[in-house]
Design a protein around this ligand. Structure first.
Ligand SMILES: NC(=O)c1ccc[n+]([C@@H]2O[C@H](COP(=O)([O-])OP(=O)(O)OC[C@H]3O[C@@H](n4cnc5c(N)ncnc54)[C@H](O)[C@@H]3O)[C@@H](O)[C@H]2O)c1
Length: 290
């Protein structure tokens, strides 16, 4: 794979929505690179945050004019109108990078045949990551000290553009272990289906179960938290990595829990119709046009 965009490999990058949650995170990392980075932000508080971080705010037409890569770090529900404003201003061959697959999968992004559409979602540092420093331990989100993987999709599959996109992805989500390239639809089944519909929901359910144990049963909170947090590690290490077998009695309790809590048809969340159903709700749409 080659990177023929500039003889020196220097890139011009624009961050739109630079003062938001992800905009600030990716800008903090891009600011340290040697590339030319422009920051656009339309809310007064976002502009102030950008300036407070030592970055100049530029209007969007100036930011994107010479950009090789334009990062749209705006809310998913705004990606339709924001892309309709930004895409017509791009040079042919520009990589338009979004940070979540929902809008790309739902065909909300303004289309041009000569623009390269890419989505890159951070995996966040693995629960099994061997962390050595205080900074790594504190970086649960990733992008600061703890290494993470990224899953990305480039709609055209153009190898040269993948090289350019990966260069920016590795910088903005650094430190990055791997970038896994998949399709937009596969990325949509990873997020929301696998990690939000299932994993985040279970995280929230664990908190509900903790509250019931403390508030309804009356177990002292410190005891309940200690027991739960240690067992979450065992459940994940045994369940996902097979570190140790669950005990025979535990397997019986797990079967009881599954029968009591999980619906028989739960795997229907992996049907395309259900993916569209959840994305429709997340994006406040009447219907999805994949
Ligand atoms: N927040 C997360 O944890 C997280 C994680 C991974 C991916 N993402 C994705 O990142 C993207 C951004 O999400 P966020 O949570 O950072 O949103 P956010 O609401 O925190 O920030 C969005 C920013 O965009 C600005 N903005 C909106 N329209 C604009 C325009 N036309 N021009 C310039 N700026 C504009 C807003 O003022 C705001 O500062 C979404 O696609 C989201 O799915 C978010």
């Amino acid at each position: 794979m080659t990177d023929s965009t500039t003889p020196t490999g220097q890139l011009t990058i624009a961050v739109i929505g630079a003062g938001g949650k992800m905009g600030m995170r990716v800008s903090d990392n891009l600011q340290r690179s040697t590339h030319a980075v422009y920051y656009s932000e339309n809310s007064p508080t976002g502009r102030q945050r950008t300036r407070d971080a030592g970055r100049e705010v530029t209007d969007t037409p100036t930011a994107v004019a010479d950009a090789h890569v334009v990062i749209l770090a705006v809310p998913d529900v705004a990606l339709g109108p924001v892309s309709a404003e930004v895409v017509p201003q791009l040079k042919p061959g520009t990589v338009l990078l979004t940070l979540d697959p929902a809008a790309a999968y739902a065909n909300l992004l303004h289309q041009r045949v000569d623009v390269e559409y890419c989505v890159a979602h951070p995996c966040h540092p693995s629960v099994f990551l061997q962390r050595k420093t205080e900074a790594e331990l504190n970086d649960t989100f990733g992008g600061i000290a703890a290494a993470q993987a990224v899953v990305a999709a480039l709609q055209s599959g153009n190898e040269e553009k993948i090289t350019i996109a990966e260069k920016v992805i590795r910088l903005m989500y650094a430190p990055v272990i791997d970038v896994h390239w998949v399709t937009v639809k596969q990325l949509a089944y990873l997020e929301p289906t696998l990690v939000e519909v299932v994993a985040c929901m279970i995280g929230d359910l664990l908190n509900d179960a903790l509250r019931e144990t403390v508030d309804t049963v009356g177990v002292p909170e410190a005891a309940a938290r200690a027991m739960l947090f240690g067992h979450i590690q065992v459940a994940l290490a045994n369940g996902l990595r097979g570190d140790n077998p669950f005990s025979d009695a535990c397997l019986i309790a797990m079967d009881y829990g599954r029968n009591k809590i999980i619906k028989d048809d739960w795997k229907s969340i992996f049907d395309d119709g259900e993916l569209d159903h959840v994305l429709k709700q997340m994006l406040h749409l009447d219907r999805i046009h994949p």
